[in-house]
Design a binder for this molecule. Structure first.
Ligand code: 5GP
Ligand code: MN
Length: 339
């Protein structure tokens, strides 16, 4: 099957790469497997082209992704502001990966917005903002990692994809599709996965590192969510999970522990919308999931300062947790009626 990335834009991007002296790669704030995987895969490829390059994460990333990289490949802005700022400032090319708005670049947003460097966006989210000189964006792609594979392939550099690059790409593909469960009904994705296997990835090791690597506290927190934390609204095919700061602390919550929790209620017959509210220090973070053609990103966008894909979106509010839940319950009937 044919490579699905825009060939012409990819070739223009390569020209910028070859001309550049120092490159920064920026994943979105609160990075997930796809954000980290795509940043590292791209970084390793650019290193093979002989480039000076660093991935800089706006803030901390989940523990279950640390095995993917060595310390010199990726730095966290939040914990090394001076170093990261200096490195980004000295870069003449910046890749914005797995997001399409500076609002999603966390505390790096302003710096990136004002930066004069050439910017290349590689992303698969809807509604890209006009923030890059070259925008490779395609919502048909299951993950940004799939795009990185196609990008390298389109440039005729498939031979440069080694096991280290392949395992980063595979990580993003499986974490963004729930293990090739959703958003992955395309033959090409399986062809890519087949090619990644041919590059020597250890599928068992990767799955073990991602899915069988949690703390006991995280498992117990999941148990709490599905028991005390769960509220069903069957008349709207919806489920709500809420987690207060006290609960998160009681279960010794670590970054990334709640990743994936929001998907569980969708296994209940008749539940097609699932939302989790998580109380943070400064805001309530909300994750939305839906099935089929229910555009839950609309709800995130219209009422919770967020956005995302049709079936997976996120947002936040500075209201209290009870107020946030009340707002969702108030908007849900009209949203459901319009489906
Ligand atoms: P999650 O619920 O896993 O944080 O995010 C689900 C999806 O929604 C991801 O694809 C993510 O990029 C997107 N998303 C999460 N939070 C936001 C947000 O605040 N704004 C936008 N535009 N997208 C978001
Ligand atoms: Mn992604």
């Amino acid at each position: 099957m044919q490579n699905r990335i825009n060939q012409e834009l990819s070739l223009s991007a390569k020209e910028y790469i070859l001309e550049s002296n120092q490159i920064s790669i920026i994943p979105h704030a609160g990075p997930d497997g796809d954000a980290i995987g795509s940043s590292l895969a791209l970084l390793r490829y650019l290193k093979k082209l002989g480039k000076q390059v660093k991935a800089i994460c706006p803030n901390a990333y989940p523990e279950f992704l640390t095995w993917l990289h060595s310390p010199e490949e990726l730095e966290v802005f939040e914990t090394a502001e001076k170093d990261c700022t200096a490195y980004i400032n000295a870069s003449d090319l910046i890749f914005i990966v797995d997001h399409n708005s500076f609002k999603r670049s966390g505390d790096l947003g302003k710096l990136l917005e004002e930066h004069k460097a050439t910017k290349i966006m590689i992303d698969h989210h809807p509604m890209p903002e006009d923030i890059a000189d070259i925008a490779l964006t395609d919502t048909a792609m299951c993950s940004t990692c799939e795009m990185i594979y196609e990008f390298i392939d389109a440039l005729g550099d498939n031979d440069l994809i080694d096991e280290g690059i392949a395992e980063c790409i595979y990580t993003g593909i499986i974490t963004d599709t729930g293990g090739l469960s959703y958003n992955s009904s395309n033959q090409r994705i399986y062809e890519i996965v087949g090619n990644l296997m041919a590059k020597g990835i250890d599928k068992g090791k990767i799955h073990g590192n991602i899915y069988d690597n949690f703390s006991a506290h995280r498992m117990k927190l999941l148990g709490y969510c599905l028991n005390e934390g769960l509220e069903l609204l069957p008349e709207y095919e919806a489920a709500i999970i809420h987690l207060t700061k006290e609960t998160l602390e009681a279960f010794e919550h670590q970054d990334g522990d709640t990743e994936g929790f929001v998907n569980y209620p969708l296994s209940i017959k008749g539940i097609n919308i699932s939302v989790i509210f998580m109380e943070r220090d400064d805001a309530v973070k909300i994750s939305f999931r839906s099935k089929g053609d229910i555009p839950i990103n609309q709800m995130a966008r219209d009422f919770f300062n967020g956005g995302g894909h049709i079936n997976a979106a996120g947002g936040r509010t500075y209201d209290s947790m009870p107020k946030a839940i009340e707002k969702f319950k108030k908007e849900l009937p009209a949203f459901y009626k319009n489906l």
